[in-house]
Design a protein around this ligand. Structure first.
Ligand code: HEC
Ligand code: HEC
Length: 398
């Protein structure tokens, strides 16, 4: 698979698109590879993927048997969800209308759901190499690999555990439930061999294998980079140029449009939370978000405070050197707990001039930027929902 397009080819298309000044480092733009890498001790097989899919949709994994992974990672919403902050156990409904059932403690998850789509590529760099056993997971990269990640929501009080079991007991309880189910015993044995197949490790492996099958690698941008010069519109190509000249690509780099590093931006707090979420070790640093499939995964940022991409671009306008200034260099709409000096220099140095005074209203070049982000959507992903799950519980939960 040829992922890089020659500079000359891009320059020629940019010229056609009426754009100026093609920068020299366009190799920051790389298509996704067609296949996902798996760790050496967990090669992907159809048996693991099929088992992982059932587990993903089966509320048997939650303490009160009411929530599945799909509750917050639903194919209708690009394997994320439209709530700013997730509602796990004790909730009813799906998507934007999901609420806490009467009588249940309203314990919101403090973060916005990340999409599972392409999570198998987490950690991938500009040269398309990465180690899936060490792939960073979560907004703060606090765990590595899909295998390890899969057990975390089961242990989390507000997500799947609820009050039913202690944190250090719940995984053993869930494994015991699976081992007591004849259909799961058969499926685990098929995927992992006959001996001690139902285990926490193999639960993580099956979920990881399934999630590696959820990919979207054929966005207009990918097709363009593979040589289909008609795949992107002239406005998207202008936006691609601006994405780089502005400095977005200093952090949003590589095929996932993330350097998979953490940076301090000063995103405002979500007022629904009693305390400020200060990110990694109280630093307000969060992992650079992937920019793929944003059309399906609003709202944005670690706490879902921005409803749309105009709001996100307006925020960058505020914190950049082209911004309008204010109390801490950004003024309203910037996190008051973060000083101007703490904001990552790569963000402060963004050159948002000529943006048309913010994203909203279009007109300015920021609308080109947003058009470019539109070229990173690929809706041709697997949306299969199993008709039943082995526990006999409601597919996907309440
Ligand atoms: C109550 C909602 C909820 C449930 C249930 C849930 N998740 Fe999540 N998921 C989230 C949120 C919120 C995040 C981001 C949390 C963070 O970064 O701190 C997330 C993050 C993730 C990520 C990280 C993606 C990345 O790019 O880093 C993966 C993978 C994931 N979840 C898989 C699962 C699996 C597998 C299950 C079931 C075992 C599950 N989730 C259950 C809400 C949920
Ligand atoms: C200093 C590194 C850095 C630069 C430069 C940067 N970003 Fe980001 N971006 C991040 C980080 C970190 C996050 C996650 C922040 C959070 O949730 O608190 C993010 C989040 C986003 C999101 C939200 C995605 C989601 O799923 O919620 C969008 C959209 C985005 N950036 C677009 C841009 C654009 C457009 C530019 C250029 C104008 C840009 N970024 C420049 C680091 C950067």
């Amino acid at each position: 698979m040829k992922a890089h397009v020659s500079l000359a080819a891009i320059a020629a298309t940019m010229a056609l698109a009426g754009s100026t000044a093609v920068s020299q480092t366009l190799s920051v733009f790389v298509a996704l590879p067609a296949t996902v890498a798996a760790p050496a001790d967990n090669p992907t097989t159809p048996e693991k993927v099929a088992l992982g899919r059932l587990l993903f949709w089966d509320p048997i994994l939650s303490g009160h048997r009411d929530v599945s992974c799909a509750t917050c990672h639903h194919p209708d919403f690009g394997y994320a969800e439209p709530l700013d902050l997730s509602i796990g156990t004790g909730g009813v409904g799906l998507g934007a209308t999901r609420t806490f059932a009467p009588g249940h403690p309203a314990r919101l998850v403090k973060r916005n759901s990340l999409t599972i789509l392409n999570a198998g590529f987490n950690g991938i760099g500009p040269n398309s190499s990465y180690d899936p056993a060490n792939a960073p997971m979560f907004w703060d990269s606090r765990v590595n690999s899909l295998e390890v990640q899969a057990l975390e929501p089961i242990k989390a009080l507000e997500e799947m555990r609820g009050d039913a079991y202690a944190e250090d007991r719940v995984v053993a309880e869930v494994v015991a439930r699976l081992a007591a189910n004849a259909e799961y015993r058969t499926l685990f044995a098929r995927a992992f061999g006959p001996r001690n197949a139902v285990s926490a490790d193999n639960l993580g492996r099956a979920m990881a294998a399934f999630q590696r099958s959820l990919v979207a690698t054929n966005a207009p941008f990918d097709r363009y980079m593979r040589g289909d010069t008609a795949a992107m519109t002239p406005q998207q190509l202008r936006g691609m140029n601006r994405f780089q000249s502005t400095g977005c690509s200093n952090c949003h780099s590589g095929p996932m449009f993330s350097d998979f590093k953490t940076h301090v931006l000063a995103v405002p707090d979500n007022g629904k939370l009693a305390t400020s979420d200060s990110g990694i070790n109280g630093t307000y640093a969060f992992r650079t978000a992937s920019l793929r499939n944003l059309a399906y995964t609003a709202p944005y940022m670690h706490n879902g405070v921005f409803d749309d991409l105009d709001d996100v671009v307006d925020f960058y306008q505020r914190i950049s050197r082209g911004g309008r200034g204010g109390r801490n260099g950004g003024g309203r709409g910037v996190n008051a707990n973060v000083t101007r000096d703490q904001i990552d220099p790569l963000a402060r140095q963004l050159n948002m001039r000529g943006g048309g005074g913010g994203g909203r209203g279009g007109g300015g070049r920021n609308s080109d930027l947003i058009a470019f982000l539109g070229a990173l959507n690929d809706d041709g992903f697997d949306r299969t929902i199993p008709e039943r799950v082995p526990s006999g519980l409601k597919v996907g939960g309440n």
